[in-house]
Design a binder for this molecule. Structure first.
Ligand code: NDP
Length: 328
């Protein structure tokens, strides 16, 4: 039986998520990789336990996380049965729908039909009665925003999710979604965009919208899938994601320009006496508009390693400017 560490809330820091009552840990754990059929159940279990033992209360899923699709939620349902039911109220669980999930016209995008059926499936797989947060995973150019946001509003009112959010929406789409949810009386809790030193697109308008609307922001892939650990600087390690699960992270992403940036960033981290990935996480969290950095890990030690971000020395103006120059 799992008994969580008594000291689990001592070191973690929590940030308020936009204008809401919700506090999220600076580091949250995503189950996109390493929770499907490729990873043994005991490894998954050790990752989840290590995270929670260090105050990581937020686990992020989606209907299609696997492989195969649905597997991360089904495995999480088993973890729920073995470890988490007694601690359900200490957890903040999210799932999403928006990408292709099942065949035919109703298993993709942003219709009321898809979102509500998908969440019903997710709850059954995860062995929970509700999730804390349900996202529309990506914008749907064809479905009226009123229908998609209406479905999110209905989901909250039916008690299947406590909060709702959006992911991968542009600044304009975000403004429209936030306004429609406000009109319906169900606030948008959070946006989940991709954000890292190697992808700064949210700085071109989105962060401004989120700050103004007081919507939270959880940055996914803050380590760019592992590139910002520096592990690919001297080839592709056997135990790295690019070797063990090449579905998304491909050798093609190791361009000369990217490697040059990573090398230069690593020099800054070295001078500061920290690891590159700690600098990368600290940098993503430097502005409090970002509520949490949503990391993935392939083993429990990576969780404890990444916690070093909590005690990292502050970044000076000069260091931030030097980073900007490298990334420009
Ligand atoms: P990261 O950028 O955090 O990359 C995680 C990978 O980095 C790990 O699997 C591991 O790779 C490596 N890593 C992490 N910590 C360390 C460490 N201390 N030392 C060495 N290597 C380390 O994020 P992910 O790509 O995993 O995405 C995180 C989450 O973001 C997902 O689980 C999901 O919840 C969310 N997401 C959301 C999307 C959306 O559309 N909303 C899209 C994509 C992700 P290795 O396997 O090589 O050890």
């Amino acid at each position: 039986m799992y008994i969580p560490d008594e000291k689990r809330y001592q070191a973690m820091q929590y940030r308020r998520c936009g204008n809401s009552g919700v506090l999220l840990p600076l580091l949250s754990l995503g189950l996109w990789h390493n929770f499907g059929e490729l990873t043994p159940f005991p490894v998954q279990q050790a990752i989840l336990r290590t995270a929670f033992d260090h105050g990581i209360t937020h686990f992020d899923l989606a209907n299609n996380y696997g492989p195969p699709y649905g597997a991360a939620e089904s495995n999480f349902g088993r973890h729920m049965d073995t470890d988490w039911r007694p601690h359900r109220d200490e957890l903040f669980l999210s799932t999403k729908a928006g990408y292709d999930m099942w065949e035919g016209p109703y298993g993709n995008w942003g219709s009321r039909k898809y979102l509500i059926s998908s969440l019903d499936q997710s709850l059954r797989r995860m062995h929970v009665d509700y999730v804390d947060l349900f996202y529309h995973h990506r914008p749907d150019p064809e479905t009226p925003i009123e229908e998609t946001m209406g479905a999110l509003d209905q989901i909250v009112r039916s008690g299947k999710a406590l909060y709702v959010g959006i992911s991968n929406y542009s600044p304009e789409q975000t403004r429209a979604a936030v306004a429609e949810l406000k009109r319906l009386g169900t606030p948008c809790l959070i946006h989940q965009p991709r954000y890292s030193m190697l992808d700064r697109r949210i700085e071109n308008g989105l962060t401004e919208v989120l700050r103004k609307e007081r919507v939270g922001c959880i940055a996914f892939q803050p380590l760019c899938g592992g590139l910002l650990t520096g592990k690919y600087l001297n080839g592709i390690p056997e135990d790295s994601r690019m070797k063990t699960d090449g579905r998304f992270l491909k050798p093609g992403s190791l361009t000369e320009d990217t490697m040059r940036k990573i090398r230069a960033l690593k020099e800054i981290a070295d001078r500061r006496g920290q690891k590159l990935h700690h600098l990368a996480l600290q940098w993503v969290l430097r502005d409090s508009v970002v509520t949490s950095a949503l990391i993935g890990v392939s083993r429990p030690e990576q969780i404890t390693d990444n916690l070093a971000v909590l005690n990292a020395p502050p970044l000076s103006e000069e260091e931030l400017a030097a980073i900007d120059r490298i990334l420009s």
